[in-house]
Design a protein around this ligand. Structure first.
Ligand code: ADP
Length: 258
């Protein structure tokens, strides 16, 4: 009886802790969303107030500019709520297969234009013969673009004298394809390593980062049965590894049972 009572107390304590944890996460998330949405909202309000004064003074070009700014700010708010939808969405029941080479090269070609202008050297060691993986190309491209942008941001925070380099490599096992994105930036601090995947965790200045990139990327990769991990490279810089499941490996047992 004594043991049963202890077990009951333990179970009650555990469920209280889970509840407290959920409430804390909800609080943190609400604070983040409120903060991010309030900034553009306040700005829209002042642009609108200003536009009325400008209209009274017949300064139509300035009114037009204010309206343009309001448009940009609503786009920004739409991006925030759009990103949040990724969290609300249920994982898809079935996912097709994607060609990792096409996907990553697609992301790289979108990124190269931005990168070249900022003096970044890209070392693409992917090869052309990576096997298909479980996933969806557009969403995977979003993951890689986010990793490339983060790498560039980290390197730009350093002195311009430090060479900016990005390496993209892949490793294949019978079950998985792991793609690593390494940069020559400052690497990840212990706090970054601990918190980088938390929603709304960012070390970037307001307006530059929302802190949602990695948590959304992790969510996407998890939807495909894969993993996303972060580490410091022994040679310096951060390395993010996207581990994806091979599509053929997944289909093999199904074919055998058919
Ligand atoms: P955001 O880019 O909006 O800050 P992320 O979730 O993509 O949000 O990243 C969270 C944080 O992780 C960044 O603010 C940064 O501190 C850290 N981080 C991500 N990628 C790197 C990297 N390649 N090198 C160093 N720090 C990084």
């Amino acid at each position: 009886q004594e043991r049963r009572r202890t077990e009951e107390t333990l179970r009650a304590t555990q469920s209280e802790m889970i509840h407290a944890g959920k409430m804390a996460a909800l609080g943190q998330m609400s604070a983040g969303i409120t903060h991010e949405l309030n900034q553009p909202l306040t700005a829209i309000r002042s642009f609108a107030d200003n536009a009325q004064i400008l209209l009274d003074r017949d300064r139509l070009d300035d009114v037009r500019e204010n309206l343009r700014q309001i448009g940009t700010l609503t786009d920004r708010m739409a991006t925030i709520t759009g990103d949040l939808k990724t969290f609300a969405r249920k994982s898809p029941d079935t996912v097709g297969s994607a060609d990792p080479t096409t996907t990553i090269k697609g992301a790289l070609s979108l990124f190269t234009r931005i990168a070249r202008a900022r003096g970044l050297q890209i070392h693409d060691d992917l090869g052309d013969d990576l096997p298909p993986v479980i996933g969806e190309e557009v969403r995977l491209e979003q993951v890689f673009l986010n990793l490339f942008r983060n790498a560039l941001d980290a390197m730009e925070a350093q002195s311009a004298a430090v060479p900016r380099r990005l390496w993209v490599t892949a490793e294949t096992t019978p079950e998985t394809v792991s793609v690593s994105v390494r940069d020559s930036g400052p690497g990840l601090s212990p706090e970054n390593l601990h918190k980088a995947f938390d929603p709304f965790y960012t070390t970037k200045t307001a307006g530059k980062g929302l802190g949602l990139g990695l948590s959304i990327s992790e969510r996407i990769v998890n939807d495909f049965g894969g993993t996303l991990s972060a580490a410091n490279h022994p040679g310096g810089g951060a390395v993010f590894t996207v581990g994806l499941r091979r599509a053929e490996a997944d289909r093999r047992p199904m074919a055998a049972s058919a």
